[in-house]
Design a protein around this ligand. Structure first.
Ligand SMILES: [Zn+2]
Length: 324
């Protein structure tokens, strides 16, 4: 598009954007504080403050994991680029040692935008090959500033892996397994299991704030998300602490009603598709209504697609239509 035309187009888009979309862009980075939570003797979870990130009112950005000890630091996800100094300060309060490895659970900017900061401090970046490929593609038009990957080449994973056996790290008395998940929240998801601590960081294919978000623009799939949930329930023991990228910790029994809700909504949408209903008609049918009271944030705005419920139902509709 010609530059002037493009500017006029952007101004038009801005003028017609709903207030909720403006709020989406308004992350108050200066107000984000990092909370540190010790989940095992040498394993910590770092999360951002509430109510300063409109896309994640329950806690700014994606959760970070820190395995500390004499062998150096193993880190999971890197949060927003803009708060790198705060994340680093929080890590330094835990351990002064070198940050040796950083793995990304998935591509979204709230989990990867800070990659370059830690790579420049010497961390080796690891992720799925699909994640690296996704970072090299130009951001999708629909991506918000929060989900668009930063462009610094240092953000790119150096070591990549595909589906197959987990990649294992032995350090600080822990065995860390990077377990690839078939296209779920995105096309390049990994869950990270800390075997001795009995903790699994499961990324974003499960969430307990808002309805499931499956990013089909970045290779995610409904079928894969359901498979990812089954895999998590299979790997987890009864006491395993499951740590989502956002929201509260869960254990494997919490996944059952979540999966059942997904299946029930999927079945309802399938019935409506069989009756020849359009997407607009399916959205108007409010198929998530039986669950809305139990899903915090489910009816809050979630970008251009409308509410989190609308985004979820639209995704199911397009995935089911696409597989017909
Ligand atoms: Zn996230």
């Amino acid at each position: 598009m010609h530059r002037t035309k493009r500017l006029i187009f952007l101004l038009f888009v801005a003028a017609t954007m709903p207030a909720s979309a403006w709020a989406q862009a308004g992350i108050q980075y200066d107000k984000i504080e990092i909370r540190t939570d010790k989940v095992a003797p040498n394993l910590y979870m770092l999360s951002g403050s509430e109510n300063v990130d409109p896309g994640h009112p329950d806690g700014a950005g994606g959760r970070i994991g820190i395995l500390a000890g004499p062998d150096g630091i193993f880190m999971v996800d890197s949060q927003y680029l803009q708060i790198g100094d705060k994340v680093l300060a929080a890590i330094r309060r835990i351990d002064p040692g070198p940050i040796r490895f950083l793995v990304n659970t998935h591509i979204h900017g709230d989990h990867t935008a800070g990659n370059a900061t830690f790579a420049k401090l010497g961390a080796v970046l690891l992720a799925r090959e699909e994640l690296r490929e996704g970072m090299l593609r130009p951001p999708a038009a629909a991506a918000t500033s929060a989900t668009a990957p930063a462009r610094d080449p240092a953000r790119l994973p150096v070591v990549t892996y595909g589906m197959g056996d987990p990649v294992r790290f032995r350090m600080n008395g822990e065995t860390v397994e990077l377990i690839p998940v078939r296209a779920a929240h995105t096309g390049g998801d990994t869950i990270i299991r800390f075997v001795n601590a009995d903790v699994i960081m499961i990324g974003d294919f499960y969430r307990n704030f808002g309805y499931p978000f499956i990013d089909t623009n970045n290779g995610g799939s409904l079928k894969g998300a359901l498979e990812g949930l089954e895999l998590t329930m299979k790997i987890a023991g009864p006491n395993t602490k499951l740590v989502p990228g956002h929201g509260t910790y869960i254990n494997r029994t919490d996944i059952i009603p979540y999966r059942d809700m997904m299946l029930a909504v999927q079945n309802r949408v399938q019935q409506l598709i069989a009756q020849g209903r359009t997407l607009q008609e399916v959205l108007a049918a409010k198929v998530t209504a039986p669950y809305d009271a139990q899903v915090p944030g489910g009816l809050l705005p979630a970008g251009a697609a409308g509410t989190s419920a609308d985004r979820f139902v639209s995704m199911i509709y397009s995935q089911l239509k696409g597989s017909q």
